[in-house]
Structures are given as structure tokens and as C-alpha cells.
Design a protein around this ligand. Structure first.
Ligand code: ZN
Length: 530
């Protein structure tokens, strides 16, 4: 153990003794309330999301859904009643932030609103909010239409449902009922139609059949309409897609790890694949999408590839969204299956979906071997080095979790992604920056993702310092030593505030646990999803 980590541990112990972890005079609080004419979070320490260090004490003054002021107190006057003592008007609220930390609401750029039976949206939303995730960029799965997604977005914006802020990016899919999706000449009209309905961007996955004609048409219109274009590049042995090219042609984000290793290939090089490889087999495909990193030209990857992506970023604002968490099962399957939160927070239908089944996307672990995990562990080394290098050279890397698949659970996945960025080499401040301001910039909303006057009041109030340990954000908490020597779980997310609406985070997570226990005991009739 290094001196500094032992010092940090001592600080954490001391912090436990502060009253903030054990609120006094607890009156029953509403689960959700506000927005307020005036909301003051008094005497807190903020980590503002821009990458700036923690500072405090400050008072954050919110009027309705906007941060009006951040009043810095003199650190020397700590303990003298806070930085500002302006009276609060009737109907206002004060949160005593003494000993607490406030960060911007977390932004998760890779989410799928899932309308499958047995997986209520309320469950997904409360898991996210309970972990401080106030904004998600969501793609659709199942039967959800762009119109239904926009309707959810509007209900959330109007505070009719308890949900994060939604940015809606429907999938571009070949549709036999609407041949326009397969025709470059019609693509722009669909993008404009979606825009007029309230859609924020387009998600494209796969690509070879759409590339470059349809893709270019979509990308050009998306840019003209100031929308976003998220791309999941498919591995395609015949025509290896390439992240550098797709970004340069107009993807505003590239999802996952696909297309980077291929970008280090020459135009004639094709990934080496075993003779019995079949692209339609998910176990084959998932293994080989990782193995391609072991064939990458590392010098070119860290040279030309990063140079090109940075040049595109300067031109278009391109952002990398790695979603490392959703592939973690590939490098350690048993860990992913037995995560401590599955018992109380994972619905039986969700767990059923993850069991090996050719009908379920991403549920391919029939014969996943030690060697497969070894290769994936090496792949992660290369991928993480690449992401770390990209960030250090000025690249934008945002947090996205792609939860709902491969043992990655809503909310928990967002926090885990921040931990994985740390494992790649990000400092805690950098990982938090990726989960806040970088996400906001990528969404094109410059009033989100930071604690600043004039910004939207999306805030998370924490009873412990997230820069000491992101695990305090987990719904299951982080283990700490109490003053009597016992090990206790510190669940650090106290309030999740979205557009000035204050939510009791742990109460939301209790609702989730109730849903799970009810599903386990109450309805043995649920047949699980297909
Ligand atoms: Zn996804």
C-alpha cells in the first residue's frame, strides 16, 4: 500500500464519523418533490464536472430548474453556518450539505429503453436515478417506436414520470414496410421527419450494406439538422469497417471497441479468422471481435489512428463511447454472473435473458474458455491503453454502459464504466469529467454536465467523496469500517436532482428491490422473455 492510499483510507474512516453519513433529525421526506422556487444546498463541497478539483464549502442556489448561483464560502469560516444565509422564501427548501459532496448528474450515452415484458421502464429509470444518472442517450430495443420514445422523453421533461432526461436516437433499420430506409435518396427526408417529431439523433449499427451511400446521406442531414449520429460498427470479414473512416464520414460517436483495431490495418489486410468461423454465430463473432485487437498494428493505432480521430474531433466534435462494462463478462465470466447486486436488484426476467440462448442477443456463453478470457484480458490491455492515450492527447471519451445485456445492470453499469476508465489510467476527476461535461458536450447541450450558474439543475448529493471511491455510488454501497470496528456498507447517493426535482435516491432503489422481491416471490407465472 502506498502512503497516499493509506492516507486516503484514514480520511475515509474519519469521514464516516461525520453526521452527514447518518442524518440527524430525520423527518419523513417525499421520494420526489420540486422543482422549488428556491432550493439551496448549503455548505457542501462541489466537484463541478469540468475537471476542476473539489472546492467548498459553497452554497448552490437553484431557482426552479436552473442553478442560479454557486456562492463560495471562505474555507476558513467553515463551521460558522454556511456560505450564505439568505432567507428561503415560502415553498423553498434547504438541504444541509455539511460534509456532503455535490457532483453534476451523471450522463450515460449508451442506453436502450427496453419495453420487453417483465422489465418495466420504471425499474430501469429508478435504477439509473438511484445511481445519480440524470441523463441518458437512448436507442430502442424490442418494439419501441421512435414516437413512443419521444413520448417518454416528453413525459420525463414535463415531470409526469420519474425518469432521467432522455435523448432519443432510434435505430436506422432496413424496413420492408418502408423501403425509404434502404434508399440513399430518401434518407434525408426520414431524418427531417424524425427531427420534426422530437428525435435527437440516429443510431446506425452494422453498416456494410448502408455504407457509404445511405450512411453519408444520413450523416449529412443529421449534421444539417444539428442532430447526433451514433454508430456501432459491425465486424465484417469481407469489408472490414474502420472507425477512422466512419468518424470522418460523419459519425458523431463511435460506440464500443469496434473498428479501431481495423483502422490500424492497411487497406488490403483482413482479420485472420479460423476456417470454421461463421459470422452468424454469436459465440464466434464475439470472440473474434475482441481477438482482432491482438492483430492490430500498435504503432499505427497510437500514431495515425489517433491523429486522424483527433482531426475529426476538431472538425465535428466526434466522441468515443467505449462501453467497456458491457464486455467485461468476456474477460471474467464468473465475476459478471455473480456480481453482488444481482440478488436484490436484478429482475428474474433480466437474469433469464442473460442465460445462454441463441434467441437472446449477447447471451452466447456456452463454451467460453479460460483461453477466451485470457485473450479478452489482453484485448482489454490494448483497448484501455488506446482509450487512455486518446484522452491524454485531447480526445473526448464519454461514459456509456449499454446495460441490459451481458450481465450489465442499469445504473450499476454506469458506475462500473467510471471504474473501468480508472483502470485504463483516467484519474477519478477525468473519469467523472467523462461522465458529466464530456457527455453533455457530445449531446450538444452546453447547459448540462457542470455545476455553474445558468446551467440546468441536474445534481447528485453524496454523503461521501466519490473521488476517494466510485463504489460509494453503487446501490449496494462500499464497505467501510465503522467506529466500533464493524464493516458497514456506505451507500453514498443521497439525493438525485433532475431539473430541480429532488429525489430520495435510496428510496428509489428500495422500490427497485421491492419490484425484484415481488417478481421472485409473487408471480411464479412469469414465463421470462424470449
Ligand atoms: Zn447498445
Amino acid at each position: 500500500m502506498t502512503l497516499s492510499s493509506s492516507f486516503r483510507r484514514t480520511l475515509a474512516l474519519v469521514a464516516l464519523a461525520l453526521p452527514a453519513a447518518f442524518p440527524l433529525g430525520a423527518q419523513p421526506e417525499p421520494q420526489t418533490a420540486g422543482p422549488y422556487n428556491t432550493l439551496i444546498i448549503r455548505n457542501a463541497t462541489i466537484i463541478d464536472g469540468t475537471g476542476a478539483p473539489a472546492r467548498g464549502p459553497v452554497d448552490i442556489i437553484v431557482k426552479n430548474n436552473v442553478i442560479e448561483q454557486v456562492v463560495a464560502g471562505d474555507a476558513i469560516s467553515r463551521g460558522r453556518g454556511g456560505a450564505s444565509s439568505a432567507p428561503v422564501p415560502a415553498g423553498g427548501r434547504v438541504i444541509d450539505g455539511t460534509g456532503m459532496y455535490v457532483i453534476p448528474g451523471l450522463i450515460d450515452l449508451h442506453m436502450h429503453l427496453n419495453d420487453s415484458p417483465g422489465i418495466p421502464l420504471e425499474y430501469q429509470y429508478k435504477l439509473l436515478l438511484g445511481h445519480g444518472v440524470t441523463t441518458v442517450r437512448t436507442f430502442n430495443v424490442g418494439q419501441m417506436t421512435p414516437e413512443q420514445m419521444v413520448a417518454e422523453k416528453q413525459r420525463s421533461a414535463e415531470n409526469k414520470i420519474v425518469a432521467p432526461r432522455l435523448y432519443v436516437f432510434p435505430f436506422w433499420r432496413a424496413d420492408p414496410r418502408d423501403p425509404r430506409f434502404s434508399n440513399a435518396a430518401d434518407a434525408a427526408a426520414i431524418v427531417r421527419e424524425w427531427k420534426s417529431k422530437g428525435v435527437d439523433g440516429v443510431k446506425m449499427a452494422g453498416l456494410p450494406g448502408e455504407y457509404p451511400d445511405i450512411f453519408k446521406a444520413v450523416a449529412d442531414e443529421v449534421h444539417a439538422q444539428h442532430m447526433g449520429l451514433a454508430v456501432h460498427i459491425a465486424q465484417e470479414a469481407v469489408f472490414p469497417m474502420n472507425a477512422v473512416r466512419v468518424a470522418a464520414d460523419g459519425a458523431t460517436t463511435v460506440e464500443h471497441h469496434y473498428g479501431y483495431a481495423e483502422s490500424s490495418f492497411t487497406d488490403r489486410k483482413i482479420q485472420k479468422l479460423p476456417p470454421d468461423y461463421n459470422y452468424a454465430s454469436e459465440p464466434d463473432r464475439f470472440y473474434q471481435t475482441g481477438a482482432v485487437w491482438l492483430q492490430a498494428d500498435l504503432e499505427k493505432l497510437h500514431g495515425d489512428v489517433i491523429d486522424s480521430l483527433l482531426a475529426t474531433q476538431a472538425r465535428t466534435g466526434f466522441t468515443m463511447v467505449p462501453t467497456m462494462v458491457v464486455y467485461e463478462a468476456n474477460r471474467d465470466l464468473e465475476r459478471a454472473k455473480s456480481l453482488p447486486w444481482h440478488e436484490k436488484f436484478t429482475l428474474p426476467d433480466v437474469m433469464a435473458h442473460w442465460q445462454p440462448n441463441p434467441k437472446s442477443h449477447g447471451s452466447y456463453f456456452y463454451h467460453w474458455t479460460s483461453t477466451d478470457e485470457g485473450d479478452w484480458a489482453q484485448m482489454y490491455h490494448r483497448w484501455m491503453d488506446f482509450v487512455e492515450d486518446y484522452k491524454n492527447r485531447g480526445g473526448q471519451v464519454a461514459v456509456g454502459s449499454d446495460v441490459g445485456s451481458i450481465y450489465a445492470l442499469w445504473g450499476f453499469g454506469t458506475i462500473r464504466e467510471m471504474e473501468l476508465l480508472e483502470q485504463a489510467g483516467f484519474s477519478p476527476l477525468e473519469a467523472l469529467h467523462s461522465a458529466t461535461e464530456v457527455g453533455a458536450i457530445s449531446l450538444g447541450d452546453h447547459k448540462l454536465g457542470a455545476i455553474r450558474p445558468g446551467y440546468t439543475a441536474d445534481l447528485v448529493v453524496l454523503t461521501a467523496n466519490p473521488l476517494d471511491d466510485f463504489k460509494i455510488l453503487y446501490g449496494t454501497g462500499a464497505t467501510r469500517q465503522a467506529s466500533d470496528g464493524r464493516a458497514v456498507q456506505v451507500k453514498g447517493v443521497k439525493y438525485t436532482i433532475r431539473a430541480g426535482v429532488v429525489m430520495d435516491s435510496q428510496s428509489l432503489l428500495q422500490d427497485v428491490q421491492n419490484m425484484v422481491s415481488k417478481a421472485k416471490t409473487g408471480n411464479a407465472t412469469s414465463g421470462g422473455r424470449q
